[in-house]
Design a protein around this ligand. Structure first.
Ligand code: NAP
Length: 279
């Protein structure tokens, strides 16, 4: 019998591409999204069940898991992909937005995992792939809340790996870098960083956005497919490896974080990104 994956956030970007990647490889796919109307293209793909899952709505999480088990006879892998970014000056971001980003990027991941664990525990098997980010490993300017939400996912997943190993469940963290061709920037909108911020931050914002623009123009065009393949490989390699860096662009920063001293790492990052008073 084919294996089954449930993926959150399949309406666009990495989630959509990952659903296609699993389906291409003969898997059953529970392609979940907030609005199933966004998943009409999957009606052409065999063994894909499109169903509603909003990570901020527990009944929709429970419903999607039950529908997947009912339709395909079980779930073997869960990919927690749904998420969004806010790129702006922390001081200007209202508390409701702070709560929303944690609700989706961090607590949403926890709620999906809590809901699938009884099924995995009963089978003494299962794999969870959490889509983190380079920003789950190193801090970037204008990304304080997104950074915080992904750092939390990293620490949560690493700690959880110990207790889940005792019930036969594997957890993995995948770390993609920048993929400007997903729907991501539209929702996070780095251009919004320029709006409604105190004058004192403007030179800093311009300098930071200038560095990001350089990264964007250098970004790999096939990055979405590469990330989808990387998620599939992490989910199916049969190992209990915890972390996977999925794109080239973040490797220098990951290397600085993981292979140099704290002082060297901080000096490196402050050499790449604006630090201190600009102009
Ligand atoms: P995307 O195209 O904007 O996709 C994000 C997905 O998350 C969409 O399907 C969106 O659904 C869904 N989503 C948002 N809030 C949700 C909620 N409350 N419940 C369920 N689904 C929700 O962006 P992406 O780049 O593919 O992002 C996917 C993941 O990769 C995210 O976790 C992101 O943090 C991570 N990531 C992205 C990048 C990048 O540069 N793009 C880099 C590293 C990591 P709607 O269509 O309903 O909004």
């Amino acid at each position: 019998m084919a294996n089954t994956v449930l993926i959150t956030g399949c309406s666009s970007g990495f989630g959509k591409a990952t659903a296609h990647e699993f389906a291409r490889n003969g898997w059953n796919v529970v392609a979940t999204m907030r609005d199933p109307a966004a998943g009409t293209e999957f009606s052409e793909v065999p063994n894909v069940l499109v169903t509603r899952l909003d990570v901020q709505d527990q009944s929709s999480i429970d419903g999607a898991i039950a529908a997947g088990i009912d339709h395909f006879g079980g779930i073997d892998v869960v990919v927690n992909n749904a998420g969004f970014a806010i790129n702006s000056i922390f001081e200007t971001i209202p508390k409701a937005k702070v709560q929303e980003i944690f609700e989706v990027n961090t607590f949403g991941v926890m709620d999906v995992i809590r809901a699938i664990l009884p099924h995995f525990r009963a089978k003494h098997a299962g794999t969870i792939v959490n889509v983190s980010s380079g920003v789950g490993v190193f801090g970037l300017p204008l990304a304080s809340l997104y950074n915080a939400s992904k750092f939390a996912v990293e620490g949560f997943s690493e700690s959880l790996s110990y207790e889940l190993s005792s019930i036969g469940v594997t957890i993995k963290l995948v770390e993609p870098g920048a993929a400007p061709s997903t729907g991501f920037p539209a929702r996070s909108g780095s251009e919004t960083a320029r709006l409604d911020v105190p004058e004192e931050y403007r030179d800093f914002i311009d300098a930071a956005l200038g560095v990001y623009k350089g990264f964007r123009t250098g970004a790999d065009e096939n990055v979405i497919d590469k990330v989808a393949k990387g998620i599939f490989a992490a989910a199916t390699d049969g190992s209990d490896r915890l972390r996977y860096v999925l794109t080239e662009d973040i490797k220098p920063m990951i290397k600085a974080r993981r292979e140099t001293s704290e002082d060297e790492y901080v000096a490196y990052m402050r050499g790449v990104f604006p630090y201190g008073r600009q102009k």
